[in-house]
Design a protein around this ligand. Structure first.
Ligand SMILES: Cc1cc2nc3c(=O)[nH]c(=O)nc-3n(C[C@H](O)[C@H](O)[C@H](O)COP(=O)(O)OP(=O)(O)OC[C@H]3O[C@@H](n4cnc5c(N)ncnc54)[C@H](O)[C@@H]3O)c2cc1C
Length: 219
């Protein structure tokens, strides 16, 4: 992926805390994008921007970014304390992590759910199953929206919360236990490098052709 470094000035509309150290930042949409794409973002025009998936629908008035704060990170501790009216710099959208209307399985860890939320909000939810892995129940971001659209095709795997109402364990354990994964559909993976590699290994072991596995790695 070629990172876009030309950044344009935008005004923050809001930064909302939605879980411990997890935030949604929004600004007005003044460009077109395809769901699944990312933007570069920074507080200065000529720094070292970080990449973020767009979580909004393609026709929404606002661009939303879902991010978790890395306490020792360079950018996210600064993003989480932004106020309405503050300035950020963002690139034009880019990236090829895009999905069509065909049946597919979406597999996300943590904030890696963002591009799938964008796809859902852009009308691509039909024939899709979303597997979302998270540590705690509060980390199933946008879950109400997702549940309303995907119903029983929304599988939550919660690794840390003992009294979770969902599958108790990592999403890799859930995938490992499946005996009927279709080999004819596309699998879209989004999350950390470790998660992407582990999930890819499981899918290949289960007979999914390599070319049916499309991934977006957050590094
Ligand atoms: C395609 C793509 C899409 C992404 N989308 C999202 C998204 O939607 N939401 C999201 O939250 N994130 C996303 N990310 C990750 C995001 O770009 C940032 O990496 C993340 O927000 C951390 O930025 P930061 O500046 O706060 O932390 P950084 O300064 O980048 O640090 C990140 C972590 O690495 C550690 N670290 C930094 N430097 C070193 C070093 N030299 N040695 C060892 N450890 C070090 C830090 O302590 C910290 O824990 C995406 C990444 C990619 C590539």
């Amino acid at each position: 992926m070629t990172v876009k470094r030309v950044l344009f000035k935008e005004e923050v509309l809001s930064v909302k805390s939605i879980a411990n150290e997890v935030f949604v930042l929004s600004f007005a949409r003044d460009f077109e994008f395809r769901s699944g794409q990312v933007i570069s973002l920074d507080l200065v025009a000529d720094g070292q921007p970080r990449l973020y998936s767009i979580a909004s629908g393609e026709k929404d008035n606002e661009i939303e970014i879902l991010f978790d704060e890395k306490p020792d990170g360079r950018l996210t501790p600064l993003l989480s304390v932004l106020k309405p009216g503050d300035t950020i710099f963002v690139s034009e959208p880019f990236g090829t992590f895009q999905c069509d209307k065909q049946e597919a399985m979406w597999i996300a860890a943590g904030t890696g759910v963002a591009p799938f939320v964008s796809m859902l909000r852009s009308g691509l939810g039909q024939n899709k199953t979303l597997i979302h892995g998270a540590r705690w129940d509060e980390n199933f971001y946008f879950s109400q929206k997702i549940e309303n659209m995907l119903h029983d095709k929304y599988i939550r795997c919660c690794s840390q919360q003992e009294d979770t109402a969902y599958f108790r364990g990592r999403l890799t354990e859930w995938l490992d236990s499946q005996t009927k994964l279709s080999i004819d559909i596309q699998y879209y993976l989004c999350g950390s490098a470790e998660m992407v590699v582990q999930v890819r290994d499981i899918l290949i072991k289960k007979g999914i052709p390599f070319q049916n596995i499309i991934s977006e790695t957050y590094f």
